[in-house]
Design a protein around this ligand. Structure first.
Ligand code: FE2
Length: 456
């Protein structure tokens, strides 16, 4: 690789690590100006694959498939093979290819970044952590990318359940690069999982100038901010964030952003705040998004929007589409297995909620609640389905299940007002006035304490 190409790729890689939106145009220029420059072609293809959407993924396939593998260096050959496997729905195979390549070159930043995102799409908590653990020793402390890798490692530590360590490593990464939006996200997750709402909001306020604008991750991080506010019952602020950032009128049809919008409105819906107009706008966006299910974690969020907008026929149609995906004939298809094991029952449960069939919703979610990670995403994202199970148990008056789900939640998030309000609802369902009053009191105290600490 000659000097100017290497330097241009370095600029694009740095933009990637910072989630800068210009990474796409930087690579486009490189692909156009240097026809046949394989590192730029595979990098551009990765950007498309990492959308998790079928059409860009098909475009990535079209970009790399015609290149003869024997004309490529081992690095680009491995990347090409991983992209092709992913485009066929074989995410585990893509993961194995990247794992093997990273043993050859643990410093390949594009393989690390794509692999980390792939681990996320797979819900593979151990690999989210260990991929970075394997590579970090190869990056000396003064390496310009090391901080970003620590940010990724912090997210893996969080998903693997080691929250203190995640917070420490992620904070170190943020000190290195305050605009490391992924490191910020990792620490935010560590707070979210322990319902440390004041710490989460304080962190987001402190780093606000570095993440609120100018990066491709601002919608998701704003979604996290909205989750904290939701715990505090600050619904008007949540809706303002929804309308201004998460899903403003004319928002682009980006699955990973529509998904956040669905997950936020769904939480409100479960809390008895249905927001039909916002759901209608969102369902319209999902209906224009695509036609063929590919990565069912996305599609179940479309089902949420259709249910919330009372477009149940479309929700049921999408369940049918997911069932077809689940029945796929390729035994190595990860996307089919995800749909089979988790996506279809979750989607059916969401439709059952829309039909008021709470017992059915609970019956679908209860047996799979321990393996939701198999269809990807983060703990915080999948919490929407655990909340659905809990609300379904309460609505169906399935009290032993409700009691169990409330107990699990409070054991993990003792400081979550939402968890205590669920306990209050449970106590009210059994006419236990003293327990209900205590739970309401605890929720109030927790909210008051956050207000005092934040001074707002
Ligand atoms: Fe997140």
């Amino acid at each position: 690789m000659d000097g100017h190409l290497a330097a241009a790729m370095d600029v694009a890689t740095e933009a990637l690590l910072r989630f800068r939106p210009e990474v796409g145009s930087l690579l486009d220029e490189l692909v156009d100006a240097e026809g046949g420059f394989a590192p730029a072609i595979v990098a551009r293809a990765w950007l498309d694959v990492l959308t998790s959407e079928p059409q860009p993924t098909a475009a990535a396939r079209r970009a790399v498939e015609p290149i003869a593998p024997e004309s490529l260096r081992p690095r680009e050959r491995a990347h090409r093979a991983a992209i092709l496997a992913w485009s066929e729905g074989r995410l585990r195979e893509a993961q194995a290819i990247l794992d093997a390549w990273l043993l050859e070159d643990p410093t390949d930043l594009w393989a690390l970044f794509a692999g980390h995102q792939l681990d996320f799409f797979l819900g593979d908590q151990a690999s989210l952590r260990d991929r970075l653990a394997r590579s970090l020793p190869w990056f000396p402390t003064d390496h310009p990318a090391r901080g970003f890798l620590q940010g990724m490692f912090a997210f893996g530590l969080e998903e693997a359940g080691t929250y203190d360590r995640a917070e420490a490593v992620g904070s170190e990464a943020l000190e290195a690069h305050p605009d490391d939006v992924w490191a910020l996200h990792a620490v935010v997750h560590a707070h979210e999982m322990r319902a440390r709402i004041d710490a989460g909001l304080a962190l987001m306020a402190r780093f606000g100038p570095f993440w609120r604008e100018g990066n491709a991750f601002r919608v998701h991080n704003t979604w996290h901010e909205a989750l904290f506010l939701l715990e505090l019952g600050r619904k008007e602020e949540v809706l303002a964030l929804f309308d201004r950032v998460i899903h403003p009128p004319g928002a682009p049809l980006v699955a990973l952003e529509l998904l956040d919008a669905s997950a936020l409105l769904w939480r409100l819906y479960l809390d008895g705040c249905p927001e039909p107009e916002r759901f209608a706008r969102l369902a319209e966006a999902w209906s224009r998004w695509q036609t063929k299910p590919f990565y069912c974690f996305n599609e179940v969020h479309a089902v949420m929007a259709f249910v919330g907008a009372d477009r149940l026929d479309e929700a049921r149609w999408l369940v049918g589409q997911l069932t077809e995906l689940a029945a796929g004939s390729d035994p190595d298809s990860t996307t089919a297995r995800m749909a089979r094991e988790v996506g279809v029952p979750v989607a059916r449960a969401l439709v059952a909620v829309g039909e008021g069939a709470w017992e059915e919703a609970l019956g679908l979610l209860w047996p799979i609640r321990g393996r939701l990670a198999r269809f990807g995403g983060s703990h915080a994202q999948r919490d929407a389905f655990l909340r659905t199970a809990l609300v379904a148990a309460l609505e169906a008056r399935a009290l032993p299940a409700a009691r169990a789900l409330v107990a699990e939640r409070i054991a993990l998030r003792e400081e979550s007002p939402w968890a205590w309000l669920a306990r209050a609802r449970l106590a009210e369902a059994t006419d236990d006035e003293a327990a209900a009053s205590h739970a309401h009191q605890r929720a109030r105290e927790l909210r008051d304490r956050v207000r005092e600490r934040l001074g707002s």
